[in-house]
Structure formats: structure tokens, C-alpha cells
Ligand binder design. Sequence first.
Ligand SMILES: [Ca+2]
Ligand SMILES: [Ca+2]
Ligand SMILES: [Ca+2]
Ligand SMILES: [Ca+2]
Length: 322
Amino acid sequence: MIRKNTVLTLLLLLGLTSSFAQPVPGLDENIPHLVTFGSDGDVAWGDDSFCQIIFFKIPESYSDPIYLHVFDPDVGGTIDEQKGKWDTQMSYSVFGGKGAWSEKDAQNMVMDGNYDSGTLLASKEFGEVSKYDGKWYTFGPFNPSEGELRSEFGGYVFKIIIEGISGDDGNLYNLYLSNHADRNHDVEGASAFYYKYKFRLHDDIHEVAHIYPHIDEKVVSIKQTNFDWDNDGRIQIVSLARLGDELMAISGDSKWVSSTHKIYEDEKTNSLDLQMIKNQSGNIKSNNVVIYLENQYGEKLPFFSIPIGEFKYQSEIGFEGF
Ligand SMILES: [Ca+2]
Ligand SMILES: [Ca+2]
Ligand SMILES: [Ca+2]
Ligand SMILES: [Ca+2]
């Protein structure tokens, strides 16, 4: 009982601190880093298309300048994944304006399509750069109104595309939306979201990673697809309507797998908590993975860095017996 209360208190604290935070990966996700490989990378190392697309939404009422900080933008030295010699170039491009989000190729990451839609606001390439190894680089300032105004989000949407230009090494990095140029400070009411997520799992078997796909009222079933999970444990679905005993299929080395799951009434207009629990005996290190979800129409579902609604207070269920 003591342990349960401790976990619940911890979750409540996390909830308080994360309500206004915009790091990507998010605090609640407990994912160490995002991953993008150089364009000559081996997909078997865990990145199927050498590109990552992350969106940020800023409330329409917010008018101060915003900045996008990138931790460890270089590809070399600390946290990155070396193959042979360091020879990878990575581009970071920030987009706003009409089409930045609303172009479906951007949401679906159609790499031979118009995924880099909208107005290019800033761009920079990094290779092995010791000056930025383990350090932050700042894009901006941007005026919130430079984003794409969308009423469905109640604000302006920006997009950052991280793409491998050359080389075969893995770039690991983190993002943070801030209202300060020189430090991470939260933009109240803002959040990040993404449709296809590529990241590194913890090496520590006791760490549980999460993603929080948003389920709108028209979703009756979801199809999840993941790549290169290396059979690393399990993914369980936790929500108000189920107790975490339903598992999603996970893939093997360099393999794709999908599974389809019914959505219950109580799960609509809320977020699911997909808990990624590592293989407790596999000693699986440096595991890069890809995951996305679709509704019954084949439309991709967004994951939000901040879980929507009250659902998160229920998620101690998933820690029971772990
Ligand atoms: Ca580095
Ligand atoms: Ca290399
Ligand atoms: Ca890096
Ligand atoms: Ca992997």
C-alpha cells in the first residue's frame, strides 16, 4: 500500500510539472531521445525513412516570441550512435504558414510528396560539431503568428523536420519549445504532437516509456504499426476502460508488425496510455524504434507530449504488479 501511494504521489507531481512543459520527448513519455539516421543508414538500426516530423501548437492568445531549442543537434561525440566513422549530415528545418500542418503529406510523412510544406522559417545543417556536442542550439525567435492558424487547435502550428542528408550514423537529440532564447522555459498552453514517432528506448529494464495517442469521437478501432522493436518486452494499452491486460503486437529486428484494437466509448475524446515495458531478461541496449497509429479510415492519430484530459490520473493502474 505504501508503494502504491508513493507511485500515485509521483504521478501527481509529474502531472503538475508537465502541464506547462514542452520538451520532446515529453516528461510523461519517459523516452530518452528522438532518433534520426543519416540518409545512407541501415534501416535495421531502427529508422525506416531517415526523417522525423514534430509539430508544435501555440495558443492563439499567445503573442511573445518563441524559440525552438535542440539538445545535441550534432552527429558525433556524446549520445549519438556511431557506424564506422562519423560522417553524417543532419538538417533541421522549421516551417510555419499555410500548409505547414494541413498538408496531409506532412502528417503522413510522405517522403516523395509535399511533406516539407508551408513557409521555411529557419534551417541549419549539423555534422560532427564539438561546439554543439551535448549542448543546446536555438532556432528563433519566431512570432507565434508565423505558424499556421488552425481553429481545430485553437492556435498556431509550427513544424520541425529533422532529416538525414548523408552518412549512416544515428543522430539522437531532444527538442524544447521555449519563450526564452537562452534557456528552457515553458510556453503556457502550448504542446507538441506527432503522427509517427522514432525514438530510443531506455537501456534500463525498469524504465517504462509511454505514448499518448489522442482518440477522437469518431474512432471505433485503432491499428498500430511498429518497426524494429527487437522483441523488447511488451506494449500494453491502459485507459479508463481497460486495466492494461491488452497487449499490442511488437516487431522483431528490422521487421514491421501491426495489430488492431477496439476502442471503447469511455476512451473517446481522451488519450490512451500505451506503456512500453522492456524485456526483463533480454539485456537489449540502444534500441531504436518507430511507431504510428491509424483509425479505421487509415488516418494517422496524433500523439501529444501532454496527455489530454483527466486520464493521466488513472494511469497508476499500469504500475500495479510491476
Ligand atoms: Ca552528440
Ligand atoms: Ca558513419
Ligand atoms: Ca545528436
Ligand atoms: Ca530497434
